[in-house]
Design a protein around this ligand. Structure first.
Ligand code: HEC
Length: 385
């Protein structure tokens, strides 16, 4: 194990983890996919060793809160073992995409035929976030290879936009602010950036707070990007032209906001991963509010979105992981267990009419659909995310 597992990260990454046999099996396939030198004839030895010595770590039981909303959760296993489906995307043609970060593919799923197609990316790209343009191209951040890529699904051709600064090694979450520009966070490099699609030019700026880990990002109705700092208790806005950053400090010093969603009235909701809270930040008044997540302080709220004015997110550390519904009007929560256990839902999106969420279940090698029954499809409440 020392020979196979120490090259890219410290062995503590392995010894601090705790999994059952299925999960360790998935982890080993992920690591082999990214190049871990584990020969086939040593696979079972290493797997048995990990299962025996690093059993599942204690996790809080999911708290299932009943309520009046009704959802159905369906999941599909993606084609390549150890893909680590990271982020999902809903394309204009109704197909659902995901980044297979460890298998180095973008996956396309057709919900009508329930079939997958995988697109191979340039070696060691490590695709992470992805967004669709109006022509149906898939734009992704290459988290292991410091570029933003465009995949044309008709031809399979990839166009690369490399980071202009070698320090910007890990582009993370991309988002369009219109047809011509993508804003993105660069987590480990502590930067945010802007790619102009017409000129191909990329501009980068460093976050004012050292090691602030710029993470999830949204754009408000006036075209201002906001991102959350997973390494600090801060939310920040970016001037879309000058790229000046303005930070807002959250009330609790231990907060670590990880993902973020924005409602049509420019109110931001964020998952406070470290404290197990759902947070709210009104970008117009500056008001901040928070609610403890149903699964408690160790529930690790993560992927989040807003559909038809309702906040949806997942608790990524409860056993099993949950889908949480929060109604801002009544301030009431409702929760459901994810059938497979979830294996950490790192991001989620919703369909344009708000009738379904799509989730990527990274450690379970699945994508899933959360059908929201009776979801009101009102044009007025439609939000983009
Ligand atoms: C070729 C590089 C490489 C090698 C060798 C490697 N890993 Fe990893 N490992 C990674 C990367 C990349 C990640 C993901 C880091 C991230 O995105 O958080 C990772 C993450 C992990 C995680 C956390 C998983 C998760 O989903 O958060 C565990 C556990 C792990 N590795 C175990 C192992 C074991 C066991 C071995 C030996 C069989 C190994 N690694 C060898 C690259 C490697």
């Amino acid at each position: 194990m020392q020979a196979a597992c120490g090259a890219c990260h410290s062995l503590a990454q392995v010894t601090n983890a705790g999994h059952d046999r299925d999960q360790w099996n998935t982890v080993l396939h992920m690591m082999i996919n990214v190049g871990a030198p584990l020969p086939q004839d040593k696979f079972d030895t290493v797997l048995n060793y990990l299962v025996a010595h690093f059993p599942p770590t204690p996790r809080p039981e999911a708290r299932i809160v009943p309520g009046r909303a009704d959802v159905t959760i369906k999941e599909w296993v993606v084609p390549t073992l150890g893909s680590r489906p990271h982020d999902p995307m809903y394309a204009p043609d109704g197909s659902v995409w995901y980044t297979g970060q460890m298998a180095n593919v973008l996956g396309r799923f057709d919900p009508k035929t329930e079939t997958f197609k995988e697109y191979k990316l340039p070696p060691k790209s490590g695709p992470h976030g992805l967004v669709a343009d109006k022509d149906g191209n898939a734009w992704y951040t290459a988290n292991f290879a410091a570029y933003i890529g465009k995949l044309n699904p008709k031809t399979g051709k990839v166009t690369k936009y490399p980071m202009p600064d070698s320090k910007a090694r890990d582009p993370h979450t991309p988002i369009f602010d219109g047809p011509d520009r993508i804003f993105f966070t660069v987590q480990g490099a502590n930067m945010v950036g802007r790619l102009n699609l017409r000129t191909g030019e990329i501009k980068l700026v460093t976050s004012p707070t050292p090691r602030s880990n710029p993470y999830g990002m949204v754009i408000n109705s006036k075209g201002i990007p906001y991102f959350v700092e997973f390494g600090a208790n801060k939310i920040a806005s970016i001037d879309p032209e000058t790229l000046d950053i303005h930070e807002y400090v959250l009330p609790h010093g231990d907060s670590r906001p990880r993902r973020v969603a924005i409602a049509s009235d420019d109110v931001i909701y964020y998952s406070d991963y470290s404290r197990g809270y759902l947070g709210r930040f009104d970008t117009k008044t500056g008001a901040m509010t928070e609610w403890p997540s149903p699964g408690g302080p160790k529930s690790q709220p993560y992927g989040i979105t807003i559909a038809n004015g309702i906040v949806w997110y997942s608790e990524s550390n409860t056993k099993p992981n949950t889908i949480v519904r929060f109604d801002p009007k009544t301030e009431k929560f409702q929760t459901w267990a994810i059938p497979s256990g979830g294996g950490v839902v790192r991001n989620m999106v919703h369909t344009p009419d708000g009738s379904a969420l799509w989730i990527a279940c990274s450690g379970m090698n699945r994508i899933g659909e959360v059908q929201i029954r009776g979801a009101k499809i009102s044009q007025k409440n439609r939000v983009k995310n």
